[in-house]
Design a binder for this molecule. Structure first.
Ligand SMILES: Cc1cc2nc3c(=O)[nH]c(=O)nc-3n(C[C@H](O)[C@H](O)[C@H](O)COP(=O)(O)OP(=O)(O)OC[C@H]3O[C@@H](n4cnc5c(N)ncnc54)[C@H](O)[C@@H]3O)c2cc1C
Length: 409
């Protein structure tokens, strides 16, 4: 059995960023990433954007080329799923029965797509958009597909809908809540994106519950809604979130539930085990220290840096400002901060002009911004969110005054 000084489970964004940061910080010990996918670490955001559209080849998604990992002596153990962790022996076991030892373990396993629990949810023709393999399977079926049902009006569902419209497919989008993006944005932004999608021909239906995926000849042929409505579709995309991939850690006794609980240095409750990225349940300063998981590239990178610092003797607590982006049609959305729990929304600019921002306030302080085709607001507004600035709503709404000039209050 080989034992690595640092073993990273999950060869995705966070795992790759952690390995890069460790080597950048001069860590010279043995280092390996073990990941269940066949590929070297790659960027997921293009999976629902340019890669799905066929505008970007897979090679351009790789976080680093193979030579980079070889040169830095980062062992890539791909195609291996870790199924058990023994924290006392400091050993992980894979599905194939391989045992790998570690001195320090970094758990960066992200999550698996949440599956539809209803009848027909696993029929051929029902697709998730989480991995390269998911998207390759989906794209291979597209030539025979005229009409797609997208279940879930979150970012991934909306991005996929935008690409499929561009590819000339009919799209019906089904959202259970009464508005799209309900989990992550305020009502104004939801209204804007719903109207954009409808304007591009998406049949967008909110407040609808999926009862079953209807099959024909052993393949998905549509969706039946709870009220009995039949929605015909040649292909179904399910974008209803992820289930954090933490079972082996929880089974080994780590604290957690919806993710694995970590402290400000990303340490789990188990000795010599850190966790980062989509699966890390942490008390976030931008969510009033509530334990949350953040599913974003920014968080994956920042928590990776936090662990690299902790493991190289220079610990610094995680305090990064959350940020995110989404591309739909010609719209570039950039968000900073976390809007959950806001008590006021202020619109800057004119949504009809397709360049505007929404500022979110909680108890009079700016907690988040959603900026649509408004890079200056995004850049200038970061400091407002970072400092939880107190700015009067009428001032925030004045698009003639740059947000950067409001930092002093
Ligand atoms: C379609 C899509 C679009 C996105 N768009 C954006 C965007 O526009 N902006 C943004 O900021 N973020 C976006 N994200 C989110 C972002 O990609 C994730 O937050 C980020 O990838 C998280 O990194 P991670 O390392 O935690 O997880 P991942 O990148 O998912 O990596 C985890 C890896 O661990 C592997 N793994 C899981 N369990 C095991 C196990 N038991 N053993 C071994 N390996 C395991 C997984 O297969 C995976 O390869 C998007 C995500 C998707 C899927």
């Amino acid at each position: 059995m080989i034992t690595y000084d640092i073993l990273i489970v999950g060869a995705g964004h966070a795992g790759a960023a952690c390995a890069i940061a460790l080597r950048q910080r001069g860590f010279a010990g043995t280092l390996a990433l073990v990941g269940e996918e066949a590929e070297l670490p790659y960027e997921r955001p293009p999976l629902s954007k340019d890669y799905l559209a066929g505008d970007k080849p897979f090679e351009r998604l790789l976080i680093r080329p193979a030579a980079f990992w070889n040169e830095r002596q980062v062992q890539m153990l791909t195609g291996r799923r870790v199924t058990a962790v023994d924290p006392a022996a400091r050993v992980v076991a894979t599905a194939d029965g391989e045992r790998i030892g570690y001195r320090e373990l970094v758990w960066a396993a992200g999550g698996h797509p949440r599956r539809l629990a209803c009848e027909g949810g696993d029929l051929p023709g029902v697709h998730a958009v989480r991995s390269r393999a998911d998207v390759d399977r989906l794209v291979a079926e597209l030539p025979g597909v005229a009409r797609v049902a997208v279940i879930g009006g979150g970012y991934i569902g909306l991005e996929a809908a935008a690409v499929l419209r561009k590819l000339g497919r009919e799209v019906v989008l089904l959202e259970a809540q009464d508005r799209v993006l309900a989990r992550v944005a305020g009502a104004e932004l939801s209204r804007f994106f719903a109207s954009e999608h409808r304007g591009r021909g998406v049949d967008l239906r909110t407040g609808v519950a999926v009862a079953a995926i209807v099959g024909r000849d052993g393949r998905a042929a549509g969706v039946r809604l709870a009220d009995g409505t039949a929605v015909a579709a040649d292909l179904v995309i399910v974008g209803i979130g992820i289930v954090p991939a933490v079972e082996p850690l929880l089974a080994a006794g780590a604290a957690g539930g919806n993710g694995v609980a970590v402290d400000l240095h990303c340490a789990t409750s188990l000795p010599h085990i850190h966790a980062i990225g989509d699966c890390a349940l942490h008390a976030n300063a931008f969510a009033d220290a509530m334990p949350i998981r953040i599913e974003s590239v920014g968080n994956a990178n920042d928590q990776a840096a936090t662990v690299a610092k902790a493991l190289t003797g220079a610990p610094e607590p995680y305090a990064a400002v959350p940020w995110f982006w989404s591309n739909q049609y010609d719209l570039k959305l950039q968000t900073v901060g976390l809007s959950a729990g806001h008590d006021a929304e202020v619109v800057r600019g004119d949504p009809a002009a397709r360049s505007f921002s929404v500022a979110y306030l909680k108890a009079g302080r700016v907690v988040a911004l959603d900026c649509v085709n408004a890079v200056k607001d995004y850049v200038g507004g970061r400091a407002l969110v970072a400092g939880r600035a107190r700015v009067a709503p009428v001032r925030l709404a004045d698009a003639a005054v740059p947000l950067k000039d409001m930092v002093a209050g």
